[in-house]
Write a protein that binds this ligand. Structure first.
Ligand code: HCA
Ligand code: CU
Length: 393
């Protein structure tokens, strides 16, 4: 069952490099690869060695790190690219060619018969050159390709029995979860090969589509940290983790989840973008509860309004206090945190003061605390002897 046994192909160092503000230097690439490896991703995909001299050198550098994760590179469908990729010592090659009318016309100019001939030539050549390498073949823009064309290509490739995996790519982020489920389901049934899904986020479905792919039997999902990639990117690593965690925490227990905030922060820094406020898991507001009704329930039992436990990701929840939607349970909790013992009716009075003042502007935590200290009943110690001094106070 793939959800129990899927692998992440982490493509921050390939798709992620195609993000508008991403230009990772060698040290940064090594740092990213090292952290992804610690997080536990199974595969790391890197930019083609044909992209630039530094890209080629960086693959060798990362391969030389001897990580647990298998290092892959991503190449166009031709023999020269494959030879250069093999020369870097990678553990796997991802080959791709466009099959939609748009890409056939404007990208490589080949028709479906020519694509099939080329694909069969390149994959059999690759297998001859490298009998043990992990080999994947993918169609680009799968969801705008004619269905009959797609199956012709995939079945011809599968028939050679030289590839380990077929890739499905929602290159322009147009697919719906239903469409992804259906295509992956048919490919699993027809080929019995591993299936990879790569989904862009142009219409906001990248996480849902990745999940649909897994539910249909896909074995591999492409992600990038923070979802960076061409345009607005692909399935984010953290988003995929959250989606699966909420189905069953066991699906993602193989990963070191508390490293996620560090990974997101690292890429935000390298790309000079900041982690989006509403980012899944690591956005600044992801674990802030505000309305009095929510806060009361969360204080009693966090699972009332949390499907992700912040502590599983090395994070903490926060209850916003000084606003007009606040409730007396929240104010009482703050008093207890401060060690103050204030009767409930007084807490309720303080709450009304907070609400009234917050109608003008939110109160800071210091202002709330000051109100609570002011409201604390003065307790005078009874007169007694200070032991041994005979002094009455
Ligand atoms: C690209 C295209 C690609 C390839 C995906 C894949 C896409 O930008 O090179 O090989 O699985 O989105 O189609 O990223
Ligand atoms: Cu892509």
């Amino acid at each position: 069952m793939p959800l129990d046994n899927f692998s992440i192909i982490e493509s921050t160092l390939r798709e992620g490099e195609q993000f508008s503000t991403a230009t990772f230097n060698t040290t940064q690439k090594q740092h990213i690869a090292g952290m992804l490896d610690q997080f536990g991703v199974e595969l790391i995909e890197m930019t083609s060695p044909c992209a630039s001299p530094q890209s080629e050198a960086d693959i060798r550098n990362v391969v030389g790190m001897g990580l647990n994760a298998r290092i892959l590179t991503h190449v166009r469908c031709n023999r020269e690219d494959v030879l250069r990729a093999l020369d870097t010592g990678v553990g796997g090659i991802d080959i791709v060619i466009g099959t939609s009318q748009q890409l056939m016309t404007h990208s490589h100019g080949k028709d479906i018969a020519q694509i099939i001939d080329l694909a069969l030539d390149v994959i059999t050549f690759t297998r001859e050159q490298a009998p043990d390498i992990m080999l994947r073949f993918s169609t680009e823009d799968s969801f705008r390709s004619r269905e009959s064309d797609l199956y012709r290509v995939y079945l011809a490739v599968a028939d050679t029995e030289v590839v380990d995996r077929l890739g499905v790519a929602d290159t322009v982020g147009v697919a719906t979860p239903n469409q992804v489920w259906t295509l992956v389901h048919h490919l699993v049934r027809l080929t019995h090969l591993d299936i990879e899904f790569h989904g862009h986020n142009d219409s906001g479905c990248a996480i849902a589509n990745a999940c649909a792919a897994l539910e249909a039997g896909a074995t591999h999902i492409d992600t990038t940290i923070l979802g960076i990639g061409e345009r607005n990117g692909i399935t984010p690593l953290g988003g995929l983790i959250a989606r699966l965690y909420t189905l069953d925490r066991g699906y993602v227990s193989k990963y070191r989840l508390p490293l996620l905030p560090e990974l997101d922060a690292l890429i935000a820094e390298y790309c000079d973008i900041g982690v989006p406020f509403n980012n899944v898991i690591t956005g600044a507001s992801a674990f802030i509860h505000k309305a009095g009704i929510h806060a009361k329930a969360v204080l009693a039992d966090p699972s009332t309004y949390e499907v992700l436990r912040p502590e599983d990701f090395g994070l903490t929840r926060e209850i916003a206090i000084g606003h007009r939607l606040t409730g007396w349970n929240t104010i009482r909790d703050r008093a207890q945190t401060l060690g103050l013992s204030i009767p409930d009716d007084v807490i309720k009075d303080v709450t009304q003061v907070v609400k009234q003042r917050a109608d003008t502007a939110p109160l800071t935590i210091e202002e709330i605390d000051a109100l609570l200290f002011e409201a604390t009943p003065q307790v005078f110690a009874p007169l007694h002897d200070i032991e041994g001094l005979g002094v009455r106070v």
